[in-house]
Design a protein around this ligand. Structure first.
Ligand code: NAD
Length: 443
C-alpha cells in the first residue's frame, strides 16, 4: 500500500485522506492552518461532515492516518502527494491557482525520490502541465533531476455525504500519460478497483475537463428545473408533478431536478464561472453555462422577492429563516443562496431570526454585513417566535418535521414560505398556515 501525503486538509483533503487510509494506505494530511491540524490531532473534526469523525478516529488509532505541518519530514517517506488546496474564484471568474502553485513548488523544493503528484483540486484545463513546470523549475533550482509525474484525479464528492461518495464513487478519473503513475494510482485505489468501480483513464486535459463539464451540467440541470418551476407558477402547473414525471425518464434521471432558490456552495458557482472564462480564453463561448450563471443569480433574488410579494412591505416585519448552509448536512455557507436572501430581506427593512443546525458559527461572520438586523436563534422554534413568516431556505431533515401547530402558535402571522418544497401544501394549511412553495401554480 502507498505512503500518501495530502496537501490541504479542508473539506476534500480531510475526507480523501481519511478514506484513503481506510482503503489501507498510510496517509499524512498536511495543512498550513495550525488550528486545523492541532484540532485533528486531538480527533476533533473542524468541519461538519457526517461520519468523518469515525473514519478519522478508526484510522488514526491504528496508525494509518496522521496530521502534520512538516511537509519536508513526511515527503521523505512518500511516493504519492495529493494536492487538495482551495482554488477560489478570482475577480475575473477564473480559478485562482495561487495555492496550487505554492503547493506544487513546495513539493519541487522538497522531493528526493520519484513522486506521483496528484491534482485533486478542481483546476482549469492545462493546470496539470503548469504543475509539472512549477515542480521542474524548483528541482532545477536545486540542481536535482528527481523523477516525478503529474496526475489529474478530480474529486466528485458532495459535502454532506462526502465519506459515502468517496468510498462509493460512480467513477474514478485518472488523467495521466505515464503508465508508471497510472499503476501507482491503481494501487492507491486498490479497494475500489477490486469492487469494480469504473476507472476512466484519460490524458491530463480530459480529466480536468471532466470535472468542469460535470459540475456545469448539474448546475444547468438545477437551473433548468428552476426556470420550469417559475413557468409552472404562471401557468397553473405543479412543478412537483412535472419534475417527478420527468425524473422517471431514464434518459433524464430524477437527481438535481428539485427547484429552489438557486444553487450555491463552494463548487457550482465557482466552477461554472471558471468554465466560462476558459471558454472565452479559447474563443469558444459556453453560452448555456453563461446563461445558467445569470439565471441562477436571478433565481436567488426571485426567492427573496417572493417573500416580499407574499407579505407586502418588509419594513418592520420580522422573518424567520431556517437553514443557512448551502445545502443540508454541511456547515459550508460559501455562496449559499441564504446569504443573498437574508441580505435582500434585511435591505428591505426586515428583522431576521435565523437558525441552522450546523452553520451558526459560520453564519455569524458570513452575515456580518447585516448583523444589526439578525438574531441568531437557539433552535427553529426560537427562530419562529413572533415572526411574520417562516421561511425554509435549506432543507435540513429536522425542518421536514416541524411541529406545525406549535410553529403556528409562535408565529405573529400565519405565513409559511417553503423555498425547497419539502412540505405538502395541505399539511401546512391544515395547521392554519398559508403555504407558499416554488413552482406551484394556482388556476
Ligand atoms: P478548503 O478551503 O476547505 O480546504 C483547502 C485547505 O488547503 C485549507 O485548509 C487550507 O488551509 C489548505 N492549504 C492551502 N494552501 C496550502 C499549502 N500550501 N499547504 C498546506 N495547506 C494548504 O477547500 P475544499 O472545499 O476542500 O476544496 C479543495 C479543492 O477541491 C478545490 O479546488 C475545490 O474546488 C475542489 N472540490 C471541492 C469539493 C467540495 O465539495 N468542497 C468537491 C470536489 C472538489
Amino acid at each position: 500500500m502507498a505512503n500518501i501525503v495530502i496537501i490541504g486538509t479542508g473539506y476534500v483533503g480531510s475526507v480523501s485522506g481519511a478514506c484513503l487510509a481506510d482503503f489501507g494506505n498510510n496517509v499524512v494530511c498536511i495543512d498550513n492552518n495550525i488550528e486545523k491540524i492541532e484540532s485533528l490531532k486531538k480527533g476533533i473534526i473542524p468541519i461538519y461532515e457526517p461520519g468523518l469523525d469515525a473514519v478519522v478516529e478508526r484510522n488514526s488509532r491504528c496508525g494509518r492516518l496522521s496530521f502534520s505541518m512538516d511537509l519536508a519530514a513526511v515527503l521523505r517517506d512518500s511516493s504519492v502527494v495529493f494536492i487538495a488546496v482551495g482554488t477560489p474564484p478570482s475577480d475575473d471568474g477564473s480559478a485562482d491557482l495561487v495555492y496550487v502553485e505554492e503547493a506544487a513548488r513546495q513539493v519541487g523544493r522538497l522531493i528526493t525520490q520519484y513522486t506521483v503528484i496528484v491534482n485533486k483540486s478542481t483546476v482549469p484545463i492545462g493546470t496539470g502541465r503548469k504543475v509539472y513546470g512549477w515542480v521542474k523549475e524548483e528541482l532545477e533550482k536545486r540542481g536535482q533531476n528527481t523523477g516525478f509525474d503529474v496526475v489529474s484525479n478530480p474529486e466528485f464528492l458532495r459535502e454532506g455525504s462526502a465519506v459515502y461518495d468517496f468510498t462509493h464513487p460512480d467513477r474514478v478519473v485518472i488523467g495521466s500519460e505515464s503508465e508508471r503513475a497510472r499503476n501507482i494510482m491503481r494501487d492507491v485505489y486498490r479497494s475500489l478497483y477490486l469492487n469494480e468501480t469504473p476507472f476512466i483513464e484519460t490524458n491530463l486535459e480530459s480529466a480536468e475537463m471532466i470535472k468542469y463539464a460535470s459540475n456545469a451540467f448539474l448546475a444547468v440541470k438545477v437551473t433548468f428545473i428552476n426556470e420550469i418551476a417559475n413557468l409552472c407558477e404562471k401557468t397553473g402547473a405543479n412543478v412537483r408533478d412535472v419534475a417527478r414525471a420527468m425524473g422517471k425518464d431514464g434518459r433524464i434521471g430524477a437527481k438535481f431536478l428539485h427547484p429552489g432558490p438557486g444553487y450555491g456552495g463552494s463548487c457550482f458557482p465557482k466552477d461554472t464561472r471558471a468554465l466560462v472564462k476558459i471558454g472565452r480564453e479559447n474563443d469558444e463561448i459556453q453560452n448555456i453555462v453563461e446563461t445558467t450563471i445569470k439565471i441562477n443569480e436571478q433565481q436567488k433574488l426571485r426567492a427573496a422577492k417572493k417573500v416580499e410579494a407574499v407579505l407586502g412591505s418588509l419594513a418592520e416585519k420580522t422573518l424567520c429563516v431556517l437553514g443557512l448552509s448551502f445545502k443540508p448536512n454541511t456547515d459550508d455557507m460559501r455562496e449559499s443562496p441564504s446569504i443573498s436572501i437574508c441580505e435582500y430581506l434585511s435591505s428591505r427593512g426586515a428583522q431576521l431570526r435565523v437558525y441552522d443546525p450546523a452553520a451558526m458559527k459560520e453564519a455569524k461572520w458570513r452575515l456580518a454585513a447585516i448583523k444589526n438586523s439578525v438574531y441568531f436563534a437557539a433552535d427553529e422554534y426560537d427562530a419562529v417566535k413572533g415572526s411574520d413568516a417562516l421561511i425554509i431556505a435549506t432543507e435540513w431533515n429536522q425542518f421536514r418535521n416541524i411541529d406545525l401547530a406549535r410553529a403556528s402558535k409562535l408565529l405573529a402571522s400565519p405565513c409559511f414560505i417553503d423555498l425547497r418544497n419539502i412540505y405538502k401544501p395541505e399539511e401546512v394549511s391544515s395547521a392554519g398556515l398559508r403555504y407558499f412553495g416554488i413552482g406551484i401554480g394556482i388556476k
